[in-house]
Write a protein that binds this ligand. Structure first.
Ligand code: ADP
Length: 225
């Protein structure tokens, strides 16, 4: 589904040049659950943001099916993101003024969808076990519930790829495990997931893991089943 070829991301400021990604080659197949690990500053977020087309590489090619996204103009990328990708962030990024169901419905904005919107929102909330909080506001929910709502927002539009940046980073052990169980269940049901994590035990729940160092992928391992 995805192929990164020789991806490079350099940041140039007045005098300093930082290479956030160098010679990254990575393929992600449909139905994969991939964990990205590595020390702080090694390029994990840059890689995830590149996959999410939020960050544009300074070199290389990003093939998503048959299109090279590295070449696509911003307007096309925005459409692509809305139609194909779902994002989950460490800090949930829910909008405080909106109810949980309104937040989840945001995942359908800018997206052509089949079926009734309200039904899809209800189904997504059901999937993550948050339906009973539909009319509550984010601040009335625990961190774990907020992250589950954020996952509902990510999946409501039925994306081809879910990108999660340290989804359990702000959660305690129990809530972190719940969120990981939801991601694993979504993957079992066919979702393709790429996740950045600092937790070895959470990385073990993915099917494959890559380790990064200094902007490069230095190791790749499949989970022993
Ligand atoms: P990680 O997610 O693994 O902590 P990042 O992808 O955030 O790492 O960062 C990789 C490298 O790129 C780091 O050296 C970081 O300082 C640098 N970097 C990230 N964003 C910028 C930016 N906007 N300007 C300059 N350097 C940046």
């Amino acid at each position: 589904m995805i192929r990164l070829e020789n991806i490079e991301r350099r940041y140039t400021s007045d005098e300093v040049e930082t290479t956030a990604l160098a010679e990254v080659n990575l393929a992600v197949a449909e139905g994969e659950f991939l964990a990205i690990m590595g020390p702080s500053g090694c390029g994990k977020s840059t890689l995830l943001n590149t996959l999410g087309t939020i960050d544009r590489p300074t070199g290389g090619q990003y093939w998503f099916e048959d299109r090279d996204l590295a070449e696509l103009p911003e307007k096309e990328l925005a459409k692509f993101r809305a139609a194909r990708l779902g994002f989950v962030f460490q800090s949930f990024n829910l909008i405080d003024e909106l109810t949980i169901e309104e937040n989840v419905a945001l995942g359908l904005a800018y997206r052509k969808t089949s079926g009734k919107k309200a039904e899809r929102v209800a189904a997504a909330m059901d999937t993550v076990g948050i339906a009973h909080r539909a009319r509550h506001f984010p601040h009335q929910l625990s961190g774990g519930q907020q992250q589950r709502a954020a996952i509902a927002r990510a999946i409501v539009g039925d994306p081809m790829l879910i990108l999660a940046d340290e989804p359990t980073g702000n959660l305690d052990t129990t809530n972190g495990e719940q969120v990981m169980n939801i991601l694993a269940a979504l993957n079992d049901a066919g979702a393709t997931i790429v996740m950045v994590t600092h937790s070895p035990s959470h990385a073990d729940m993915a099917k494959r893991r890559i380790d990064m160092l200094d902007g490069r992928v230095v190791a790749s391992a499949m989970r022993a089943i």
